[in-house]
Design a protein around this ligand. Structure first.
Ligand SMILES: [Zn+2]
Length: 74
């Protein structure tokens, strides 16, 4: 079940809830009981693996190779 981060605008606390995706946009109640909360955009993407990936050279041309032209991008 995905986790969603929320922030309470009443007390400034941040908290996370596990709820079905169908309820992702439902209002959440702060652990302190406040209802004025906002859902934070949490990075669902993996961290770590992508961080160490070498960045492709920008504007590279004529280098050849399969991945140079984006043919591997799918
Ligand atoms: Zn609160």
């Amino acid at each position: 079940m995905p986790r969603y981060d929320f922030r309470c605008r009443s007390c400034g606390a941040t908290f996370e809830l596990r709820r079905p995706m169908a309820q992702a946009n439902d209002p959440a109640v702060c652990p302190q009981g406040h209802e004025d909360t906002v859902k934070l955009l949490s990075a669902v993407a993996v961290t770590g693996a992508a961080a160490g990936r070498p960045a492709p050279s920008a504007g590279g041309g004529g280098g050849g190779g399969c991945c140079g032209g984006g043919c591997c991008g799918g």
